[in-house]
Design a binder for this molecule. Structure first.
Ligand SMILES: *Cc1c(COP(=O)(O)O)cnc(C)c1O
Length: 230
């Protein structure tokens, strides 16, 4: 199988999974996580129709984004303060925000380059020690602080589920959806319609668990190996 064929296969399977979940395939973005391949690998997926790519290293993001400027490049990796200036100019969306000092710095950098930076708040739903993200009960406070930063557009939530236990992963995805829905309702009740309208995304699901994530409302499936591994 080639990357081209893999992408078409995943795209079609995702469309079928949406149909069985009674969801519109347009509501689930297929994010091709290209961190393991070079620009030629990206090209194959691009030729198959991919327009959303995910990278977890600033250097890779900086290299690939200018080569495919009409694609949307998502930063899904660990954020380091000193690399924020490298990430912001190239990122359509940053998925892995969970520290307020980074939020402030991202907002400053976005203002400096004249953009509004889309961000997702990473939540550690399972509470596993090894996972990054804020705790579920910290979401309200964190989101409110981010909403105070005018150069950020807070677009929703991201999570990584525990591996090797699909029922548990599904519970995490359902929990993240509930947090998003509750946050939207709270923002609406506060009269902040604009913030509520932006707060729609659920970045959840990877190669091994995207079917569970789509069944629970994922709007962005981050898929690497199923596309880029031979
Ligand atoms: C690598 C990575 C993915 C893709 O994982 P696969 O299992 O290869 O599909 C998704 N999200 C994040 C944050 C990643 O680092």
């Amino acid at each position: 199988m080639t990357i081209y064929d893999n992408y078409i296969g995943v795209r079609d399977e995702l469309a079928r999974a949406c149909a069985s979940a009674e969801r519109n395939p347009r509501d689930v973005r297929l994010l091709a996580v290209s961190k393991t391949v070079g620009p030629e690998g990206v090209r194959e997926a691009y030729d198959a129709g991919a327009r959303d790519f995910g990278e977890n290293r600033p250097d890779q993001l900086m290299e690939k984004q200018p080569l495919f400027p009409d694609a949307r490049w998502h930063f899904i990796g660990n954020i380091q303060s000193r690399r924020i200036k490298d990430i912001v100019p190239h990122a359509y969306m940053i998925h892995s925000l969970y520290q307020m000092r980074h939020a402030v710095k991202i907002a400053d950098e976005a203002a400096r380059v004249g953009k509004r930076q889309r961000v997702l708040v990473e939540v550690n739903v399972s509470g596993e020690e090894s996972k990054s993200g804020i705790a579920s009960d910290e979401v309200d406070g964190f989101v409110d602080e981010c909403l105070g930063l005018a150069s950020l557009e807070v677009c929703g939530l991201m999570t990584m589920a525990p591996q090797g236990d699909l029922p548990e992963a599904r519970r995490c995805f359902a929990a993240l959806r509930e947090i998003r829905d509750a946050t939207r309702s709270r923002l609406l009740a506060q009269g902040d319609e604009e913030a509520a309208n932006s707060f729609v995304e659920l970045s959840m699901g990877m190669t091994d668990d995207w079917r569970e994530a789509v069944a629970e409302g994922s709007t962005i499936a981050r898929i690497g190996r199923a596309i880029f591994q031979a």
